[in-house]
Design a protein around this ligand. Structure first.
Ligand SMILES: Nc1ncnc2c1ncn2[C@@H]1O[C@H](COP(=O)(O)OP(=O)(O)OP(=O)(O)O)[C@@H](O)[C@H]1O
Length: 221
């Protein structure tokens, strides 16, 4: 039986089976909102795990539930747009036909009452000079800051962040990292945060899942 604390706010994940070149058997439960770091060797499947939780990959056997909402089981598979998630992929995943400002406003259109955060987030992520720019000409670090801003503005119930600060200059990285941490804690957003950087994980996360401790087997086909 699922413990009551998990049903109220918990995240439960179990994926088993092959996808692309990867076969995976992974299981974890997180009882309360927090920032959960995920660490593991390159190529072990961290991005694939986040994409499966987002509904962008479909493991043949899987279970995924946030609080009382089942997103995947033997009979259910919610499409990504029905999952209350934010996703910051490694390349930012920006809409190339929209300006920076329109990328940021995209999520806010879904939740217009959250508008007060717009100025705060633009300032914290140093986005003001970029607002009218096209996204195709942004640097890697600029793309990441826009992607983070867009995800925070949607106030998701679950935020998936894949190496979100890897291209940022050191001089602004720490400030932005602590801003994200405060924002997520203030808004009580469940977050899964993938990074290779042990120091970054130590600073931002409330706890860390080591890939080895959540997997039974990972076999390359
Ligand atoms: N679209 C795809 N087609 C084929 N193989 C893929 C695809 N996406 C991922 N893989 C393979 O699946 C495995 C896991 O990839 P994934 O990107 O999930 O790992 P990762 O742990 O996030 O890696 P990294 O830390 O290097 O970003 C790798 O062997 C990768 O080559």
């Amino acid at each position: 039986m699922i413990p009551p604390s998990l049903l109220q706010s918990g995240l439960s994940v179990h994926f088993n089976g092959p996808i692309n070149q990867l076969a995976i058997n992974i299981r974890f439960d997180i009882a309360t909102p927090g920032i959960t770091g995920i660490k593991g060797p390159s190529g072990c499947g961290k991005t694939s795990l986040l994409r499966a939780i987002a509904g962008l990959h479909h493991f043949p056997q899987g279970y995924c539930r946030l609080a009382e909402e089942i997103w995947q089981d033997d009979t259910v598979f919610l499409p990504p747009w029905k999952r209350p998630i934010g996703y910051v992929p490694q390349d930012g995943g920006l809409f190339s036909h929209l300006s920076v400002k329109k990328n940021l406003l995209f999520g806010m259109r879904l939740i217009p009452e959250k508008e007060p955060f717009f100025t705060e987030i633009v300032d914290a992520l140093h986005l003001q000079p970029l607002l009218d720019r096209n996204t195709h000409a942004l640097s890697g670090g600029e793309r990441q800051r826009v992607a983070i801003g867009r995800a925070l503005l949607t106030q998701p119930r679950l935020l998936l962040m894949d190496e979100p600060l890897s291209a940022l200059d050191l001089d602004i990285k720490t400030d932005i990292l602590f801003y994200i941490k405060d924002f997520l804690e203030k808004c009580k957003i469940h977050t899964l945060y993938v990074s290779h950087d042990a120091e970054e994980l130590r600073m931002i996360t409330t706890h860390i899942l080591d890939w080895r401790s959540i997997q039974n087997t990972v076999l390359k086909k």
